[in-house]
Design a protein around this ligand. Structure first.
Ligand SMILES: Nc1ncnc2c1ncn2[C@@H]1O[C@H](COP(=O)(O)OP(=O)(O)OP(=O)(O)O)[C@@H](O)[C@H]1O
Ligand SMILES: [Mg+2]
Length: 268
């Protein structure tokens, strides 16, 4: 199986930066999309920035962003689910240059064991559309994401389909520091706050967990300042952050991370 880990290794700093750029409604001058389909498969724990990165790619390349939630394509009537998949790809082709983001990809493969036929039909349709889009060589980026990579049928990861496999892992210490700095842009922190210390003490926290942490610290700070009668002067202190740290725990366990690492090893 072709994998491009080195070239496509996920960069949290980049996502944070992109998010910052998006927030300011600016686009980076990235090489524009060429006349070829780029496709990749992102897997990793919830809250690590898979969706965020897809939006960032669209913003960087000035492409349209077309989010497609696979569960939303599942319809009750016979033939309607396949039509919904075909329709999503038709819109993608029409909106090119575009980033089509297939979220919760595992859902379609999970359907196989239930009634059987619907899942199989949807998977064939998905393969058909991916192959057709690739053959047309339109400037489209296909990004697919999942939290459950083990459920995915390997045939979708073949060359020419979703052949770039990207592990979106929880951020490392330096990356957490970067995310914390990013989160501080819109929130008032007191000068004594030691983000380095917080980054050191947040192993296994995802970007979403760090956001939850700063939000909780904000609420604690507000309460503290209100009690002191100076809510207008509210600024998050180091002790607010440390108290929040005891309340907001990482949403993923070491065991989960090992599971993702194992899948990554198997994909190499
Ligand atoms: N690298 C990051 N930099 C800044 N913020 C981040 C980062 N990663 C995650 N976040 C924060 O966490 C939120 C959730 O991220 P996102 O929805 O992209 O995660 P996800 O990997 O798609 O999760 P899921 O698997 O549940 O869909 C973002 O909106 C953002 O606030
Ligand atoms: Mg997501």
């Amino acid at each position: 199986m072709q994998t491009l880990f080195d070239e496509w290794e996920f960069s949290h700093q980049k996502v944070s930066y992109c998010m910052y750029i998006i927030a300011r409604d600016k686009t980076l001058s990235y090489p524009s999309l060429s006349n070829s389909v780029i496709s990749d498969f992102r897997f990793g724990p919830p809250g690590t920035g898979k969706t965020l990165l897809a939006k960032a790619v669209a913003a960087e390349t000035s492409a349209n962003f077309l989010p497609v939630s696979i569960p939303d394509l599942i319809k009750g009537e016979v033939g309607e689910s396949e039509k919904a998949i075909a329709n999503a790809f038709r819109i993608a082709a029409r909106s090119s240059p575009c980033v089509i983001f297939l979220d919760e990809l595992e859902t379609v493969f999970g359907l196989r064991d239930e009634s059987g036929t619907l899942g199989k039909k949807m998977i064939s349709q998905l393969f058909l559309e991916l192959d057709a889009l690739t053959a047309r060589q339109l400037p489209v980026i296909i990004l697919a994401a999942t939290n459950n990579p083990e459920m995915i049928d390997r045939t979708i990861l073949r060359p020419g389909r979703l052949d770039r496999i990207v592990y979106v892992r929880p951020p490392l210490r330096e990356e957490r520091l970067h995310i914390l700095h990013l989160l501080s842009v819109r929130t008032r922190f007191s000068n004594e706050v030691d983000f380095d210390d917080i980054a050191r003490n947040t192993e296994n926290y995802t970007g979403a967990d760090l956001k939850a942490l700063t939000q909780r610290a904000g609420l604690l700070a507000l309460k503290r300042c209100k009690e002191g009668g100076n809510a207008e002067q509210m600024a998050i202190s180091q002790s607010d952050l440390l108290r929040a740290l005891a309340l907001v725990r990482p949403s993923i366990s070491k065991k989960d991370i090992l599971r993702y690492e194992k899948f990554r090893q198997l994909s190499l």
